[in-house]
Ligand binder design. Structure first.
Ligand code: ADP
Ligand code: ZN
Ligand code: ZN
Length: 739
């Protein structure tokens, strides 16, 4: 009999498969790719996923161990999803086993059966009669029988009390064999006949054009960029496209950014449709996640909505993918498997041969470039659906003007005038805490994190200095640790300070702060928004949490306290992010009758990108920024990969990267690859973080193919390098943050 060798992907960082013998007595025909097996690994056991079955192995026969058990009678992973995971592992140069760990529900990785939860159902036993003499004088049991009789498919155990069913009575009936318990899975809800639970809005001409364009491409892969200003009614377009998808008997996958997870977004989908909606996001527990995953796989969910990782949800009848706010940073995973869900969604749509819509008021430069070069259909919606006017932008030059807790005189006046008119003001400052640092006025000491190359932020309310990079916390000192004087002053302003100052300047109006510190309590954010919706004049101060998802119709002034960070930064994407934030924050304002005004404080009032943005709008800005990227040979006109390393001792990370760099040069030579530049190694922009010294090596290539050829050989080499054991290293393909 030929050997049956099972090639498995194991949750290990090593970029290779592991060979095992089949469990005793099993034949090749018993296995299919995607099945899970329990196997011995060192002194532990692991759960691996079968990639292929072979009849011989390079591993010597006496080293080859048998797998312990096959966990799945049939493969739990549809071939399309398996293919996507293979593609992902290869593209991001990540081990397949670890890729599968990131992509699959936790319970599947832990070996749980790939089946929906079993439940206990109570039902009337066959042959039991209401007029049974034994319950003639037992009114509670008779009542319970009557209730159960109304549910011919049984009542799930969980719902007993909701239906007023008394457990004691049921137990007595059970003893008499008048009721019985069945253990089975929840029967899936049936597909609905009428999908709409709520009438649709009649589309305006811009919406209709976008809708029709996508619908015309419904039967095959087509990518569209729906570039619609905030309030242009993108969501209505999504909803109607989803309805079309459902009517065609197919499923729709909708990805949303983490920050949009608020109940408002989900409610819009739930209110519109009589559909089975599967939710996959961070607040869903492991069991619910697996159930949602299985429902989607088996065609028992019609709409799948989730954050980044929901991209890996299998679908029985995929019909449409929507990526809302496609520019959002949360689509990129920054640890482990460093994938970009938007980019992978395109790969998936192509593999499944279905349309995909990327929507945003401020598309990423990558997606815009793809639209301008014809790879995506460009659908523009330039008017607000409700007829509201677009906001007006103004740059306020604060060079040599005194700033009072970050707020200039003219800005204070504008805020006062708006409040006096009975309207609301939104003050945006993307920096939480009271002040970004504490300074000794006598000796110049600055509060620094002992574990990072960074200042600690003053948090006034908790009287703490906190490092926003590593989480380090200490009490605010009473006197200077260096010279002992007591003249310590907070320098600069964060949201706490702006809030405090505004409360003093405008004592007659409520000042509400929205940032991660103020809204860590679960409902705090929703309570805040309820107050705002009431419409009384007030000031809202907040970070980028204010920029997404919410509508503030009574806000007519948006004050942006600091736009300069995005123009000074060494990160080439900083200006893009700043522009997106400004436009998104501005988009919250003036949605109803009253047009909005946006005032931007800046020291760089003549900066061409800022001028373009404020005078010509986001797309003019984007064109300018794209031409700068082209000139500098940066993405999307080049492709990047970043090798990061960190170590406890200074110099170790660089030493590893130096060796890695030489290896890459050698490989470039051996493989005769050109057009790839190795930049570095250099210390990371923040060299020390959480006590580790960090460095990086950037690879920049004009074309993707040679870069990926280099990477796949290079990484196998790096895995073998002894210097790699002294450091923590990782590769980031298409990095978003170059830190
Ligand atoms: P976006 O997602 O582009 O920011 P929304 O879909 O949230 O925009 O729409 C903004 C507002 O306009 C919402 O209150 C929505 O109900 C309304 N709206 C959208 N489409 C229409 C339409 N065709 N007619 C009237 N109102 C609309
Ligand atoms: Zn001092
Ligand atoms: Zn720190």
């Amino acid at each position: 009999m030929p050997d049956v060798i099972l090639r498995l992907a194991l949750p290990s960082p090593l970029r290779r498969l592991f060979d095992y013998r089949a469990p005793a007595g099993m034949k090749a025909a018993d296995f299919a790719p995607g099945m899970r097996l329990r196997v011995p690994f060192g002194r532990r056991e692991m759960i691996g996923m079968l990639v292929e079955v072979a009849d011989h192995s390079e591993v010597p026969a006496d080293k080859l161990k048998p797998a312990i058990a096959l966990l799945d009678p049939v493969t739990p992973l549809p071939p399309a999803l398996f293919k996507l995971c293979l593609w992902t592992a290869q593209y991001y140069q990540h081990s397949l086993g670890d890729t599968l760990s990131w992509a699959l529900p936790v319970l599947l990785r832990q070996g749980e059966p790939a089946e929906a939860r079993q439940e206990r159902f109570w039902q009337v036993a066959p042959g039991a009669r209401m007029d049974d003499a034994r319950i003639k004088n037992a009114p509670k049991q008779r009542e319970a029988m009557a209730t159960l009789a109304q549910h011919p498919h049984g009542v799930p155990h969980q719902l007993l009390s909701k239906l007023g069913l008394n457990k004691t009575s049921l137990d007595l009936l059970l003893d008499k064999h008048m009721v019985e318990i069945q253990v089975r899975r929840h029967a899936p809800g049936a597909r609905h006949e009428r999908w709409l639970a709520q009438p649709e809005l009649p589309l305006n001409p811009e919406q209709r054009a976008a809708f029709e364009a996508v619908r015309a491409g419904f039967d095959t892969f087509h990518a569209f960029l729906l570039a619609g200003v905030t309030g242009s009614g993108k969501t209505e377009v999504y909803l109607q496209l989803i309805r079309e998808t459902l009517e065609a008997g197919k499923q729709a996958l909708v990805l949303i950014p983490e920050i949009n997870l608020g109940p408002q977004t989900l409610a819009r989908f739930e209110q519109r449709f009589n559909a089975r909606i599967a939710l996959l996001h961070s607040a869903v527990n492991d069991r619910e996640r697996l159930d949602a995953w299985l429902a989607a796989r088996d065609g028992e969910a019609d709409i799948i909505i989730g954050t980044r990782s929901a991209l890996f949800t299998p679908m029985k009848n995929p019909g449409l993918i929507i990526i809302d706010e496609e520019h959002d940073g949360s689509y990129k995973q920054q640890e482990g498997l460093r994938y970009h869900a938007r980019d992978l969604a395109l790969v998936r749509a192509r593999q499944e041969n279905i349309p995909i819509v990327l929507g945003s008021a401020t598309p990423s430069l990558e997606s815009l470039h793809n639209a301008y070069t014809g790879r995506y259909g460009l659908l523009k919606m330039e008017h607000r659906a409700g007829g509201a006017q677009p906001p007006k932008f103004m740059r306020l030059d604060v060079k040599s003007r005194p700033l009072d807790s970050g707020i200039s005189g003219p800005m204070q006046q504008a805020i006062g005038q708006t409040l006096a008119k009975g309207q609301q003001v939104l003050v945006f400052l993307n920096r939480r805490g009271f002040a970004p640092t504490l300074l000794c006025h006598d000796c110049g000491w600055l509060s620094e994190c002992p574990r990072c190359d960074a200042r600690t932020t003053v948090h006034q309310r908790s009287r703490e200095l906190r490092c926003h990079h590593c989480g380090y916390v200490e009490p605010v000192p009473r006197q200077c640790p260096k010279c002992n004087t007591v003249d310590l002053r907070p320098v600069g302003a964060g949201t706490e300070r702006a809030e405090e100052r505004l409360s003093i300047l405008f004592p007659d109006y409520p000042v509400l702060r929205v940032d991660r510190d103020s809204t860590s309590r679960k409902d705090a954010m929703n309570q805040l928004f309820a107050t705002i919706q009431k419409g009384q004049p007030c000031i809202l101060v907040g970070t980028q949490m204010l920029a997404k998802g919410h509508h503030f119709p009574r806000v007519t002034l948006v004050s942006i306290l600091d736009a300069d960070g995005g123009l000074f930064s060494g990160d080439f994407r900083a200006s893009e992010r700043m522009a997106q934030l400004i436009v998104q924050v501005a988009g919250r304002a003036g949605r109803a009758e009253e047009p909005g005004k946006v005032i931007i404080q800046t020291h760089l009032a003549d900066h061409p990108l800022l001028v373009q943005l404020t005078e010509q709008g986001y797309f003019a800005f984007a064109e300018q920024a794209l031409s700068e990227r082209r000139a500098a040979g940066l993405p999307p006109f080049a492709h990047l990969a970043l090798l990061r390393a960190e170590a406890h001792k200074p110099g170790q990370a660089e030493a590893f990267l130096d060796e890695a760099c030489s290896a890459a040069e050698q490989l470039l030579n051996d493989l005769k690859l050109g057009g790839i530049e190795l930049l570095g190694p250099v210390p990371a922009p923040m060299e020390r973080r959480a006590g580790r010294y960090r460095a990086q090596l950037l690879l920049q290539a004009g074309a993707r193919a040679p870069l990926h050829r280099l990477l796949s050989s290079w990484l196998l080499h790096l895995e073998q390098m002894p210097a790699g054991r002294q450091v923590r290293w990782s590769l980031d393909v298409d990095p978003v943050d170059l830190y």
